[in-house]
Design a binder for this molecule. Structure first.
Ligand SMILES: [Fe+2]
Length: 216
């Protein structure tokens, strides 16, 4: 049973998310997908991220220690056609993944804690070269065109909650590539990830876990 305070928070959160996603749709519709439009989308998500009272870690707890994957994604919004998917990535454990692309645009913005992102470019010999590192935290973010590469290098030890927004929902992304440095080879991520539906109505019914295993 939700308390009145929690109910108000959920309602306020739903409204703030809907307003932000509406502006993101508008930006993409009028400006298309470019580094410039993604900066504008990042700005909208950073404004939403300042509403920390609407996104307490207690509402989006990290996976239990027994869970196989150290982080999970809470689905906050997704259109009926699976466009404009907004997630909250939650963890308090060390989590590192391989360099990967998304095959759709992606924007990551900090809410609580720090999420170091390593940036890469492809090399002529079929590998990757690290080009930089940016720490996503409150007041910062990073945006990726569909073919751009990054990896997460989260130290753990403290709660972390960040927004990850994608042009298309992760379960619809069948050809996200990641690089296996040991084998010097590229592979596709499995389409599903640890996604828990946290949209209003879903939380009251209990979160739904779909699939397991792969990264954001
Ligand atoms: Fe990613």
């Amino acid at each position: 049973m939700q308390t009145a305070k929690e109910s108000t928070r959920a309602d306020d959160r739903e409204g703030a998310i809907a307003d932000t996603v509406a502006r993101v749709r508008e930006i993409e519709s009028t400006q298309g997908v470019s580094p410039q439009s993604l900066e504008a989308i990042k700005g909208e998500l950073m404004k939403l991220a300042t509403r920390t009272e609407l996104f307490p870690v207690e509402d989006f707890p990290p996976p239990e220690q027994a869970a196989g994957h150290p982080s999970c994604l809470y689905l906050l919004s997704e259109d009926d056609d699976h466009r404009f998917a907004l997630y909250a990535n939650s963890t308090n454990r060390r989590y590192v993944n391989a360099p990967h692309n998304h095959t759709t645009w992606a924007v990551i913005v900090g809410v609580h804690g720090e999420e170091p992102n390593r940036l890469y470019k492809r090399t002529d010999d079929g590998g990757v070269e690290e080009t930089g590192m940016t720490v996503v935290k409150q007041g910062t973010g990073v945006a990726f065109m569909p073919d751009e590469l990054h990896s997460l290098d989260i130290p753990g030890g403290a709660p972390m909650l960040n927004f990850h927004m994608y042009g298309l929902a992760i379960p619809q992304l069948f050809k996200r590539e990641y690089y296996n440095a040991r084998e010097h080879s590229w592979h596709y991520y499995p389409p599903h990830t640890d996604i828990r539906d946290a949209r209003t109505g879903s939380l009251e019914a209990g979160s739904e876990k779909t699939g397991s295993g792969q990264s954001a």
